[in-house]
Write a protein that binds this ligand. Structure first.
Ligand code: PLP
Length: 403
């Protein structure tokens, strides 16, 4: 099998597996209890907080573990809204201020993952005004665009760090700085699920207020994520109950998941330069072979070689005169795993909202293919994949001609 769908999920790293093993069986203590086995669990969670925080320059007290990227995104948006409503009420006469403050305004983008888009739509149904910024043709959102969309009642800006379909890396720190230069009270959130452990993000904690990440995108286990909350920030809890995670995210901790997330983050920190170099090399090799075919348009930013404004392992293209879904089935028969957009959207016949937002027609989007490479892929795999992709496209096009 040649696995080229690392944006959907990644293989568990050996170091994460090894670190998790004891906590799946013998080290079963509940981190909230007082005895020795529980203290070991608590210590392991604290260690993971340090390991994860290091990737973005955050202190352990700013890392809150969740069930994954989706929960972190929901918490960031809904928590910010709850805090805004409460603050509006607390500033004076509770009821009248709540009414006069209205439900506020948030700014996000038209190319976010559904975890953000659908949560923003939910807030809209609660009365919040939502601006979905449209990107340029390569998927970029500019700080100027964000600043010009600000309103007096804006309480949150959420712009993803890197796009899951087309790989565009947004200027998130510049956006956060531009917003904060004008208004310190507006929270800036970024969904870093695709970027965390994939690109350098060392200083992010010094710019944004909130940041989401997910373990299974960087060689950690599924079902574990985090929300970075800048020290001193009041964001209402999303899951209520016990006093875990400093009383901000209730529920007995997923200790094996958290420990695996920590180990995968520590490894990513150590090998990041090497990993990026290898992925860029393999990506450019596959991309140049794909671009040798007629009728291929690249989605997202592109420079001849080594584009640094695109996720290192991401290739997204639209291939004319083919159906992406048919290509995926034929690739699968040759044991090549790829995707035709985001994993959540494939299977659904709707054209991708991301491709639509960068100006692709429905017809072009139909032939979209995404290959996402990891440092575990090899040059031989890339060569074989390129041959099979060319053959599949050729067969699909000649089949169409004979219809
Ligand atoms: N945000 C982005 C950009 C993603 O790519 C994904 C998953 O693909 C998510 C959020 C959701 O993360 P999780 O699968 O951990 O819920």
């Amino acid at each position: 099998m040649i696995y080229l769908d690392n944006a959907a999920t990644t293989k568990l790293e050996d170091c994460a597996f090894e670190a998790m093993l004891p906590f799946l069986k013998d080290e079963y203590g509940n981190a909230s209890a007082v005895y020795e086995i529980a203290r070991r669990s608590k210590k392991a969670v604290f260690n993971a907080r340090k390991q994860c925080g290091k990737l973005i320059g955050a202190s352990p007290s700013e890392i809150f573990f969740t069930s994954g990227g989706t929960e972190s995104d929901n918490w960031a948006l809904i928590g910010a809204y709850d805090s805004y409503r409460r603050k509006a009420g607390a500033d004076g006469d509770a009821n009248s201020n709540l009414l006069s403050a209205g439900c506020g305004h948030i700014i996000t983008t038209a190319i976010e993952h559904h975890a953000i888009i659908r949560t923003a739509e939910y807030l809209k149904s609660c009365g919040v005004s939502v601006t979905f910024l449209k990107p340029d043709s390569e998927g970029f959102i500019s700080p100027e665009q964000v600043v010009s969309a600000l309103r007096e009642d804006t309480f949150l800006v959420s712009v993803m760090t890197a796009n899951n379909e087309i790989g565009t890396i947004e200027p998130v720190c510049e956006i956060a700085d531009a917003v904060h230069a004008l208004r310190k009270d507006i929270l800036v959130h970024t969904d870093s699920v695709q970027a965390f452990g994939q690109i350098h993000m060392d200083g992010f904690a010094g710019h944004v207020d909130l940041l989401s990440a997910s373990a299974h995108k960087l060689g950690g286990p599924k079902g574990c994520g985090l929300l970075f909350i800048r020290d001193g920030l009041k964001v209402a809890p999303f899951i209520r109950g016990g006093m875990q995670e400093s009383g901000r995210r209730a529920g007995t901790e997923n200790i094996p998941g958290i420990v695996g997330f920590g180990a995968a983050s520590e490894k990513a920190c150590l090998v990041l330069d090497e990993k990026i170099k290898k992925e860029v090399m393999l990506r450019d090799e596959l991309l140049s072979r794909i671009l040798n075919m007629d009728g291929v348009i690249i989605n997202g930013p592109y420079e001849e070689k080594g584009c640094s404004k695109r996720l290192p392992g991401n290739i997204s293209v639209c291939v004319t005169d083919i159906e992406g879904e048919s290509a995926l089935i034929m690739l699968d028969r040759e044991e090549i795993c790829a995707s035709s957009g985001s994993a959540c959207a494939s299977g659904a016949r709707e054209p991708s909202h991301v491709l639509k937002a960068i100006g692709r027609s429905d017809d072009e989007s139909k032939g979209s293919l995404r290959f996402t490479i990891s440092e575990h892929n090899t040059s031989d795999e890339i060569k074989r994949a390129a041959e099979v992709i060319a053959d599949v496209v050729c067969r699909l096009r000649s089949g169409r001609k004979h219809l």
